[in-house]
Design a protein around this ligand. Sequence first.
Ligand code: UD1
Ligand code: MG
Length: 445
Amino acid sequence: MTAIATVILAAGAGSRMKSSKPKVLHEIAGRAMVSHLLGTVADLAPEKSIVVVAPNMDDVRREVSPAETAVQEEALGTGHAVAAALPNLAGFSGDILILYGDTPLITRQTLDKMIAARGEDDKTAVVVLGFVPDDPAEYGRLVTSGDGELQAIVEFADASTEIRAVNLCNSGVMAINGAYIKDLIGALDNKNSKGEFYLTDIIEIAVAQNLNCKVVVGDEEELLGVNNRMQLAQAEKIAQTLWRQRAMMAGATLIDPDSVFLCHDTSLGQDVVIEPNVFFGPAVTVGNNVRIKANSHIEGTTLGDGAQIGPFARLRPGAKIAEDVKIGNFVEVKKSTLEKGAKVSHLSYIGDARVGADANIGAGTITCNYDGYDKFKTDIGAGAFIGSNTSLVAPVKIGEGAIVGAGSTVTRSVEANALMVERADETQKSGWANRFRKLKTKLKK
Ligand code: UD1
Ligand code: MG
């Protein structure tokens, strides 16, 4: 099999996004578009993988690290961007797959088809991935001959009304024969309406040299190009549908799939039930038989088997929730470990804490973990019972099996199995309320 190199173009300004952030860093399912592509490309085990970036794109370099980058000094077009990667390909003689950083949903299977089509014969210089979108909009149009050979790609801005009527469009993905790439790219000019070096012009150049160019037709769903926020939202929708389908096929119940938002790395166990309106941020791993009730927001969290979460729970990065833990409504957990069977059922904030096995945290309990400068830890022993509306002022330790009376503000550590109550003495005056009301009524008259 021919060796493969991949070149991902990411140096464009992305001006249509109207953003201070490079286009390829905009995220789909919580992951930068360019990283989706790098993930897909990695499956092909290419001999070389190069990302073309602009000089000021240190953030893109960081995102793609350790992938090799080439710098396109000025964004003079997609053909110019490929030229910027040629020095990195010196000495490489296999096929080169060109991918656009703004077309993140392409699959490995489609890339395999492109590579296979390119390898059919040595005279095939370029294979282009085409598609027939519902709305061909401003995509480049593929002009083919009667026998299906590709003759040219005409950019929308340069296309006649006749050519604009063609609905077979250019996805931007190409497999180029390494034997010809240097000559083809070298022959590009910028005599077009945008004054750019269009990669797409290599087709006409190859055809003029009697080389063959072919089209492989792919699915619109995976070839959507993201140039503006509307298309970003469309790509997100496509990705979410796919992720939801995968989750359900793998044994999770999504009661209302359309209202559950998954992240690219969400991992769900078997017999997980997810109620409507649940959002997963990055790095969430869910065990088996977990129920996540409606309107919960979860990121950077592991959930053990049998845990019950929500409704309206917020689990933030560093939440480690063991088996059979119960987190109820309006509970926020951050950077805390809740051990097996612990319960935090209502209206609590648990931050920088350990909650031991089977401990029960009463409604309204707060770990006061921050003094405005530093964060401090709360450690709650196994089987402890924290009464409602307790403030645990960290650093503080509650011993195993201890009981803290409702309404306490705890600033000192509590021994194992002790009762700790911090509360002013209560006073009661019999009949006082009636006397008070009588007096007030009299004064009003
Ligand atoms: C491009 C194609 C068009 C195709 C469409 C598919 C060309 C000339 N046109 O148009 O035929 O239908 O994609 O989505 O190729 N880039 C650089 N350097 C540059 C310019 C662009 O690296 O100087 C990168 C961008 O970051 C982007 C990709 O190349 O990731 C495509 O550029 P973009 O400007 O989005 O091209 P389109 O107008 O979408
Ligand atoms: Mg584009």
